[in-house]
Design a protein around this ligand. Structure first.
Ligand code: FES
Ligand code: FES
Length: 155
């Protein structure tokens, strides 16, 4: 079936099967490989994107469910406080989990800009770093929350 998706502010088209996952369509049809296949089971968060501003595990969502919604991937977040903070705080080792964390933190800054430490810990429970770089990730998140919340017209 024909699918039209709004990804990172651009309208994209693909021929997909109804059962195809958003994760696979982003990666294989659109070449957006930032969202990573980790567990493909909803456990690791490496595949996190945002859909209408909310973090979603793209391995748990059909591509057709995202039609008519604004999908954002890490490729659309260049130059944002999230990207900068993760680089400056060295909040990655192998980097496999990093796009998912960045997307989740981006949503956190928009939805709960005043989140305290307990709320941040709770929010990030959905993402796992197999390299266990949690201390640097925590520092990066702190930096991100000190920046202002994104305006509605920002990525
Ligand atoms: S690949 Fe989606 S949660 Fe792990
Ligand atoms: S940096 Fe390797 S999984 Fe997180």
């Amino acid at each position: 079936m024909k699918l039209e998706l709004n990804v990172n502010g651009e309208v994209r088209h693909a021929d997909v099967r109804p059962a195809e996952l958003l994760l696979d369509v982003l990666r294989e049809n659109f070449g957006l490989t930032g969202a990573k296949p980790g567990c493909r089971n909803g456990d690791c968060g490496a595949c996190t994107v945002t859909v209408d501003g909310w973090p979603m595990k793209s391995c748990l969502m059909l591509a057709v469910e995202a039609a008519g919604k604004a999908v954002q991937t890490v490729e659309g977040l260049g130059g944002t406080p999230e990207q900068t903070a993760f680089v400056e705080k060295f909040a990655f080792q192998c980097g496999y989990c990093t796009p998912g964390f960045i997307m989740n933190v981006h949503a956190l800054r928009r939805i709960h800009p005043q989140a305290d430490e307990a709320a941040v810990r709770d929010w990030l429970q959905s993402n796992i770093c197999r390299c266990s770089g949690y201390e640097e990730i925590r520092e990066a998140v702190e930096c991100v929350l000190r920046s202002r919340p994104p305006a509605d017209n920002e990525p």
